[in-house]
Design a protein around this ligand. Structure first.
Ligand code: GDP
Ligand code: MG
Length: 363
């Protein structure tokens, strides 16, 4: 690049002469007027500076856009070895929640429930824990932000504890351990710490960063601390979801009710789902006819972090399928038909491959 006049450079950089003159002033460059020529080095330096400013501005705007999206509650799944207290912990959390409501309040199983604490809300998945989470994960949906892995302090780490750790890690969920049954005389939290150390997980108590909270799902001891730790972890994760986006989430459970038809429980992860919306989930589609929440309330809409039971799917969706909003029935049908065809085509290809490899073996 040769010498260039200030007004030419301003034009090139899509800025006014005054803006450029101001930048030159800041850089300590002297000039007579906007018709003055700049040395090649100076022009290059200006361009570089403008480039950097643009990048910084874009980053600032992106960060601002992200910050304008509201926080959402963390979604938690409880896992662990059989009999270590998953169901008891969920029951305790559910009870403490219900106790806050006026007596006689009906609750309904919708696959997840909220626990409200002074520090924030936590959503617990309660589609029978481990198995459901595994199915959901295998189908590719990410549902839980945090996995609470329950370990009975009377027993320590067992085979399914290790499985749970593997599943949680593979799903990208953060892990918190709850050393349960601390009310029992045989409970030994040091055994839990040592077992975790054996797996290369160093508890906070031993100077590491693995959270291990002593609790009793029976007495409720330590459960408030557990909730607080979940919320602290969620804060670090800076979980956000845009309620104005197109609704998207995951199917938690689905069944056919003889009278009502297909009942699906789903968790809204982004956007707001409304009565009348069309959605697709795997190879099924639906028009949301009715929604109800864990309190048994009828809902007209459900935002991020809400679990609701919905009526309106044409067929039974699979747990773990992602559901997404679509504009209308035409789109819903087209997308699901395409998916069915794609699956059939890939099945056919799979069959061919198998036939070929079998042929290979017989060579
Ligand atoms: P899950 O198989 O992991 O769902 O375990 P459960 O919640 O069904 O608990 C298994 C058994 O342990 C049940 O008899 C519970 O009553 C008991 N249990 C669970 N948590 C505690 C606890 O904190 N203290 C005591 N004493 N018993 C517990
Ligand atoms: Mg259980």
């Amino acid at each position: 690049m040769a010498k260039i006049r200030i007004y030419q450079l301003a034009k090139e950089l899509e800025m006014s002469n005054d803006e450029l003159l101001k930048i030159l002033d800041d850089m300590g460059v002297t000039y007579k007027s906007h018709a003055s020529t700049l040395e090649e080095d100076t022009a290059l330096a200006v361009k570089e500076l403008i480039g950097e400013q643009k990048v910084a501005e874009a980053a600032r705007k992106a960060e601002e856009a992200r910050k304008s999206i509201p926080h959402r509650p963390p979604v938690v799944v409880i896992m662990g070895h059989v009999d270590h207290g998953k169901t008891s912990l969920l029951d305790y959390l559910r009870k403490s929640r219900i106790a806050e409501k006026e007596a006689g309040g009906i609750t309904q199983h919708v696959g997840a429930f909220e626990v409200k604490t002074p520090g924030g809300t936590v959503v617990f998945i309660d589609t029978p824990g481990h198995e459901a989470f595994t199915t959901i994960r295998q189908r590719g949906a990410k549902v839980a932000d945090i996995a609470v892995i329950v370990i009975a302090a009377t027993e320590g780490v067992m085979p399914q504890t290790k499985e749970a750790i593997a599943h949680a890690k593979a799903s990208g969920a953060k892990i918190i351990f709850a050393a349960n049954k601390m009310d029992l005389p045989g409970a030994d939290i040091n055994k839990v710490y040592q077992d975790l150390m054996q797996l290369g997980l160093v508890p906070v108590a031993y100077g590491g960063d693995v959270e291990v909270l002593p609790i009793s799902a029976k007495t409720g001891q330590g459960v408030a601390d557990l909730l607080e730790t979940i919320l602290l972890m969620a804060e670090l994760e800076d979980l956000r979801a845009d309620p104005k986006a197109e609704a998207q989430g995951v199917i938690l459970e689905a069944r056919v009710d003889k009278q009502a038809g297909v009942l699906a429980s789903l968790l809204v992860q982004q956007g707001t789902l409304r009565i009348g919306d069309y959605v697709v989930a795997g190879e099924c589609w639906g028009k949301i006819k009715a929604m109800s929440d864990a309190e048994g309330n009828r809902r007209t809409e459900a935002g991020p972090g809400s679990a609701v039971q919905v009526l309106g799917f044409s067929e039974l969706p699979s747990a773990g399928d992602t559901f997404t909003w679509v504009p209308d029935q035409v789109a819903a049908k087209e997308i699901t038909e395409e998916r069915i065809e794609e699956r059939k085509a890939s099945e056919a290809r799979g069959d061919l491959q198998r036939a070929r490899s079998l042929a290979d073996l017989m060579r």
